[in-house]
Design a protein around this ligand. Structure first.
Ligand code: ADP
Ligand code: MG
Length: 341
């Protein structure tokens, strides 16, 4: 089976700006593949290259085994859901969904039947006659989704589709998109800057930074085995221990990551347990989070964060875990992830 999408050394430059810079990766058919990265890292550019709205400055890509160059957007087996929906305000929901089919001259009865089917897929069967203004944000999002699904593409591209929704609705839609993906069995390429969203939905994630991909891996692997400083920090905000402090602790000038939930907090002056690594510092701030509290500790010229359960926080440590107090931080070597860059 050919890959759904393959990028081979693809660059897209706008004058001096390297929006995408020599990127290679493969998306398998049926995969839920996310492109994660901060604003301006090249995610939308990648998506627009897939859709055919942009052409590479160099390199090439294939879609379902075919060279994409020369295939216009409407001939690609691909459809896009944009963040801003872009629904026609004067058309009702049914006609909005059926619009692409009308352009392709599908007869009215047939295109309305297909539009109704697409609306049922996104759980919005009863709103066909309303206009976009008569819908909630979440419902408008579903209409945009139905419109992209109506001609049954094999690849669905989604560019921050939940960005305009509030947190609760966003979480609900994340679950629904996952279910829809499984039901349809087609390839989803999902763009987001929200690491939690990418981790919870994806089969694999590509982490973008400055037009390049830092790492491609499953959510679990990205979280537990980040390869670079950028990924460690961006995905789940691990502590990155820089080379100077790492050198003092391990004898090697190589940065490593350690997650806040794997760091124990002890009173300053506690002697280190054999086999564990330990540092001391001054508590800068404490954040109460309900079941846990989060400590920021200044260690040399670095700030390290540690997570403490409420019961530990209430123990005899309480006197030390105050801003200005001194604590020891300790972790096991197996929780250190050595970084490449
Ligand atoms: P993301 O979607 O990750 O936020 P984009 O792919 O939209 O990032 O943009 C990547 C970079 O390319 C940014 O610096 C952006 O300003 C630049 N860029 C994107 N499109 C254009 C364009 N049409 N002209 C000039 N620069 C652009
Ligand atoms: Mg974007």
């Amino acid at each position: 089976m050919p890959a759904a999408i393959e990028f081979k050394g693809v660059s897209r430059h706008y004058g001096e700006v390297r929006a995408l810079d020599g990127v290679s990766f493969t998306v398998q058919e049926g995969e839920f593949f996310s492109m994660l990265g901060p604003s301006g890292s090249g995610k939308t550019t990648s998506l627009r290259l897939m859709a055919g709205f942009e052409q590479p400055s160099s390199g090439s890509l294939t879609l379902l085994g075919r060279e994409a160059a020369g295939t216009p957007p409407y001939e690609r087996d691909v459809n896009t859901v944009f963040q801003d929906y872009a629904l026609f305000p004067h058309m009702n929901v049914l006609d909005n969904v059926a619009y692409g089919l009308m352009v392709k001259k599908v007869p009215k009865a047939a295109r309305h039947a297909m539009a109704r089917e697409a609306l049922a897929m996104v759980a919005l069967p009863d709103h066909a006659q309303r206009t976009p203004a008569q819908l909630s944000g979440g419902q408008r999002q579903r209409v945009a989704l139905a419109r992209a699904l109506v001609n049954r593409p094999r690849i669905l591209l989604l560019d921050e589709p939940l960005g305009a929704l509030d947190m609760k609705l966003r979480e609900q839609m994340q679950m629904e998109l996952k279910v829809l993906h499984r039901k349809l069995g087609i390839t989803f390429v999902y763009v987001t800057h929200d690491q939690g969203e990418a981790l919870s939905m994806s089969d694999r994630i590509a982490v973008f930074n400055h037009g390049k991909i830092e790492q491609i891996a499953s959510p679990r692997e990205l979280y537990h085995q980040p390869r670079t400083r950028f990924v460690a920090d961006f995905v789940g905000s691990a502590n990155v221990i820089d080379t100077t402090l790492a050198h003092t602790l391990t004898g090697q000038p190589r940065a490593f990551a350690v997650r806040q939930e794997n760091i124990s907090v002890l009173p300053a002056g506690t002697s280190a347990t054999a086999g564990r690594l330990q540092v001391e510092g001054e508590v800068l701030a404490i954040q109460f989070l309900g079941a846990n509290q989060r400590l920021e500790v200044q260690v040399g010229d670095q700030v390290i964060t540690a997570m403490q359960t409420e019961s530990a926080a209430a123990s005899d440590l309480a006197a030390h875990t105050q801003p200005g107090g001194r604590v020891a931080l300790s972790w096991a070597p197996q929780h250190m992830v050595m970084l490449d860059a």
